[in-house]
Unconditional design. Sequence first.
Length: 189
Amino acid sequence: MASSGLAHAEDKPSDLVEIQSVIPDAVLDVRYATEHNFTGGVLYPKAACKLRRAVAERLAVAAKLLRAQDRRLLLWDCYRPTSIQKLLWKHTPDPRYVADPKVGSNHSRGAAVDLAVVDQDGAPVVLPTEFDDLSEAAHISRATKGARGVEARRLAAAMKRAGFTSIATEWWHFDASDRAKYPLSDEPL
């Protein structure tokens, strides 16, 4: 059933919601539901993208800003159960790229998103690197430079205006500014 966009009395800002109920034109390419990620394995049972309702509504603001520039959101990862975070850490225990599950990932709070943009028809645009590029080329200080960084700069500006912050090592990763208020979760996808 399509969302009417109206909140119901029982809806809470902390509920996990499917992003397409809030941003119907978002393009999903959930990489951890495929082998096309840095682990080379399928980690998610299905290609789902959930965020806390308040975070999803903020992301809708970024989507609107980008639509005005003939861009749509391309979503690679959203909420991630803590049990999956443990698998990622076991594979790559490097806190520059994977949050230690003892500390917790903002993805496991439903308050982080890995994303890029596509054109208004959903076709690829030039991006600085692939998703899950664990090299300095993906660091935001490098990825937003020059002609290859145009789309990363566009994305970063929209996300900042919508209330998200970036991290130094992944141009595609953004955290909700109020991420700490959401509990870690292991709710299945």
